[in-house]
Design a protein around this ligand. Structure first.
Ligand code: V47
Ligand code: SF4
Length: 374
């Protein structure tokens, strides 16, 4: 939609939505009330047009992806988040997996002489896999392949490791940075608001702790991502509260690359009775995120969670990034009932998927340096 058509669409809206639309056109930050109103009263077509306008103002048709693989060191976890279909308690660890450093290095070596630029390390919180264990892994990966960007460990894993090692967050982060950690992924954020957090994941790091870890990483010059688990028992107010806290931290540090809304999937977990939200709700979520999170450079749709067709469609609702090739190396979503049971795409498949919806595929590295435009 060009400037004229978006201005016409905005002028046709009821008074309050029109004011919000005018703010967006004039690049004025939305308030929490604006965000809430968009969720409650914005039609899908209005939100789509407005978020696409912002997406194209920021990135044109560019759509980013990377070549990556995951290492999931273990699914044994001391925590018991009710939405998690993936973890096994330590008492039942024979049902889960625990990879040795050697086994993880074998995974890394599988990608020797291949163009992957990033390894994403994420898993359960295993009481025996401590800070020194992971520092050893980081050093070995860097020694073997210095060019590979290591994006590793959610704030939940880091909080546990640092506390167990009796180190402050700053000391622990510095130690892992020196061992080779380049950036941190966005997981573990869920919903910060304690009313909801206490019901879905009461025993792990709280919202303030999650934010403190990311702030510390940013101060050390590292970048990170942020997620939000939506579409379960939270209300729109809680989503806005979550995004508000992220936006405020981003104002302070500028260290976040990407915001990643993650749709709650209800397969095989303690919250299976909670229905999943509709696909319309997913696209409204992306659109409001693009409009409200004005200081986040990128908005990612994580295709293993959303599926390929919906990932394509999300590119018209503010999304400019669809993560990576993945190569069937993550189980978090397949175990929670996602349609993609063995998530893997070749570069050609990702490029085709993006071109089919008339966008420009751009391979990036973790920090969004452009590697190749297709
Ligand atoms: O924090 C767990 C989510 C996250 C379910 O930074 C679930 O680039 C939906 O954060 N339904 C971990 N979601 C994965 C993650 C991530 C993924 C891709 C890219 C990046 C990045 C980060 O997975 C957890 C939790 O929010 N999750 N179970 C579920 N049933
Ligand atoms: Fe453990 Fe993460 Fe699953 Fe929570 S979401 S139980 S911290 S693996």
């Amino acid at each position: 939609m060009n400037n004229e058509s978006i201005a016409r669409l905005v002028s046709e809206q009821e008074n309050e939505l029109r004011k919000i639309g005018e703010k967006v056109i004039n690049n004025i930050r939305l308030t929490d009330e604006d965000g809430l109103l968009l969720f409650e009263r914005g039609s899908l077509s209005f939100l789509g047009a407005l978020s696409n306008f912002v997406r194209e103002r920021m990135h044109g048709h560019q759509t980013f992806f990377n070549r990556n693989f995951h290492i999931e060191p273990t699914n044994v976890c001391v925590f018991s988040c009710h939405f998690c279909a993936y973890s096994r308690l330590y008492a039942h660890r024979e049902e889960g997996w625990e990879l040795s450093i050697e086994q993880m290095m074998d995974i890394v070596k599988k990608y020797d002489n291949r163009p992957e630029t990033e390894v994403h390390i994420v898993g359960g919180v295993h009481p025996k896999m401590n800070l020194h264990y992971f520092a050893d892994l980081l050093r070995q990966i860097k020694a073997h392949r210095p060019d590979l960007h290591i994006k590793g460990f959610t704030a939940v894993e880091l909080d546990y490791m640092f506390r167990k090692a009796k180190l402050s967050v700053a000391e622990g982060m510095q130690y892992l940075k020196e061992a080779g950690l380049d950036s941190i992924p966005g997981g573990g954020a869920e919903i910060f608001h304690e009313e909801i957090r206490n019901q879905i994941c009461a025993d792990k790091v709280d919202g303030a702790g999650w934010l403190h870890i990311h702030e510390t990483a940013h101060k050390l010059g590292m970048h990170s991502n942020a997620t939000m688990l939506y579409g379960h028992i939270e209300k729109y107010e809680h989503r806005i509260d979550h995004m508000q806290q992220l936006r405020a931290l981003q104002d302070k540090t500028g260290g976040f690359n990407t915001f990643i809304p993650l749709k709650f999937r209800n397969g095989d977990n303690d919250m299976s009775h909670v229905p999943e939200v509709s696909v319309i709700e997913d696209f409204k979520m992306y659109a409001v995120a693009r409009l409200y999170m004005d200081n986040f450079p990128h908005l990612k749709a994580y295709w293993p969670m959303l599926g390929r067709k919906n990932a394509q469609l999300s590119l018209a609702f503010g999304v400019d990034d669809i993560d990576g090739t993945i190569d069937d190396t993550t189980k978090i979503y397949s175990m929670a009932g996602a349609e993609e049971q063995s998530p893997a795409m070749t570069t050609e498949e990702i490029v085709t998927l993006i071109k089919q919806v008339n966008r420009k595929p751009v391979e990036r590295d973790t920090l969004y340096n452009i590697i190749q435009a297709y």
